[in-house]
Every structure is written in C-alpha cells, then in structure tokens.
Design a protein around this ligand. Structure first.
Ligand SMILES: [Fe+2]
Ligand SMILES: [Fe+2]
Length: 272
C-alpha cells in the first residue's frame, strides 16, 4: 500500500497548493491513502471544522495535528465529531478528541498516532510512555501504524524512531516545516524521517510573512505572524510503501514540488 504523508499545511496558500497538486501527485505515485498534518491550516494556527472538511474534499483521508491544536477555540467543542482527526496523544487525561485513529481502507486497517515532543516545546506528558501505552491497543486492530512525532528537536524525533522501530510502520517527524534528508528504513522495519517539511509559500519563513518574523527576531518586540499568500508554492511530503501483510515499511521517499504562484481567494473570510 502506498501512503502519502503531507507536511504541515500552512494557511490558505498551503491549502490552495494541496488542492492544485494533490490529484496529480496521487496519480504519479499511485497513492492509496493520504494523511496530512493540519495544525497550521487555519491562517497558520490550528484548524476549523470548515477547513477540515475542505481538506477531506481535496482527497486527504486523515489529519494529524500538533502544538497549535487548540488555537481555534471551536476545536475544543468540535474535535469529538471529527472522525478523521487525531490529536496529540500525550495531553493529560480528559482532553477531548481521539488519542489514536483507526481507519479501514479496503480491508486494511490503518492506525494513526500523533505525539508532541517536549524538547524546546510546551510541557506535555511523556510521548514515549504515551506511545507505549497505546501500541498494544492499536496493534490488536491494525497492522499498519503511522506515528506523527510533532517536535522541535531532531534528537527527540530520532529517539522516537528507534523507540518504536519494529513496532510501527513509520515514525514521521513534523513541526519544523523544513524537510530533512535522513529518510530511511530503520533496522527493524520502521520507516523514519526527522521532518517532512510543509506546504506553503516558499518565499517565507517557515510559511509565515518574512517581514513580520524578521521584525520579531531583530527587535524582540511582540509582532503578529501571518502566513505568506503569494509567490512560488512548496509542497513537501513523503511516500511510504507498506507491506499490508506484515505492516512493515518497504520504502520511504521524500516528495518535493515547487509550484508557480497560485491565485488566492479575494474574500478575507475564505482565507482564514
Ligand atoms: Fe507546524
Ligand atoms: Fe507545530
């Protein structure tokens, strides 16, 4: 089975790039199932129900999240009804939303887990313990398991790769919005990459307006950050080839596409 995992989709421009490129990529790589990280899809911060539905309509089958999970407040209420979204599993107990997701695709069950790192990030429960606790439960139901480790430090993501090697099909890093060149199959059959990058404007700082980010870095003053919505687009993802009988990864390959500038909707509401 060919599984496409798309990096953090940043704002309406990232969504426009997914809409523009995904049908062609699915054909080119014979993609069966598509997962995307949606934590920045609503104007850079979190997601809304409307955008969740928009991404599914574009051909995304499941959505993982990250540290921006709750910045659109409606998520607190709505997440429980979003059947194809998994939130980070290592929040304290009692948080709404699914700590794992299992989707049946043509008789093959695909399990998905989203974890938040703790190095240079907000204080969370231990992602390693959370993964260990969830795995037996998921394994009972799904052979294929894809883990999104949403973290800042490559060391922490690398550690999660080896921690879960042989127990899951893939450990995929997200959050930094910069694709790394270390994709490989680990010794016990788990596909790994430290970060799969993003989908957004290329002439930006990790998808966001470069003037705003530079102002913050150079003055240390508060500054509003907004996604860049013009210029060439970048689409980062990985393609995973998984053996459905064993759940082991056979191949991991990064996909990097650059688009020409795309037209944007004029309506401010549509963009946010
Ligand atoms: Fe992100
Ligand atoms: Fe993030």
């Amino acid at each position: 089975m060919n599984i496409l995992f798309i990096g953090d989709i940043v704002g309406s421009y990232g969504r426009a790039i997914v809409k523009h490129l995904l049908p062609g990529i699915k054909k080119e790589f014979a993609v069966d199932f598509t997962i995307a990280n949606g934590e920045n899809s609503a104007h850079g911060y979190s997601i809304t129900e409307k955008i969740y539905n928009e991404l599914l309509a574009m051909g995304v089958d499941a959505i993982t999240m990250g540290n921006h999970m709750w910045e659109k407040k409606e998520m607190v209420q709505k997440i429980s009804s979003l059947e194809r979204m998994v939130r980070p599993a290592n929040y304290p107990p009692g948080v709404p939303g699914k700590d794992h997701l299992i989707i049946d695709f043509k008789g093959n069950k695909i399990g998905m887990v989203n974890l938040l790192g703790r190095v240079f990030m907000q204080c969370m429960d231990c992602p390693f313990q959370a993964a260990e606790k969830l795995m037996p439960k998921i394994k009972e139901q799904a052979k294929i398991i894809i883990v999104d480790i949403h973290a800042e430090a490559t060391s922490e993501k690398n550690a999660m790769g080896y921690f879960l090697d042989g127990k899951v099909s893939a450990v995929i890093g997200t959050h930094t919005h910069v694709i790394t060149a270390d994709e490989r199959i680990l010794p016990r059959g788990t596909a790994y990459i430290s970060d799969i990058g993003m989908v957004g404007a290329q002439d930006s700082i990790i998808g966001m307006n470069k003037e705003q980010i530079l102002k913050r870095f150079t003055t240390q003053m508060p500054e509003k950050f907004e996604p860049t919505e013009e210029g060439p687009g970048i689409f980062n993802a990985v393609l995973l080839k998984v053996d459905t009988s064993t759940g082991k990864a056979l191949e991991i390959k990064s996909i990097i596409k650059i688009t020409e500038p795309l037209p944007m909707p004029k309506d401010e509401k549509e963009r946010k």
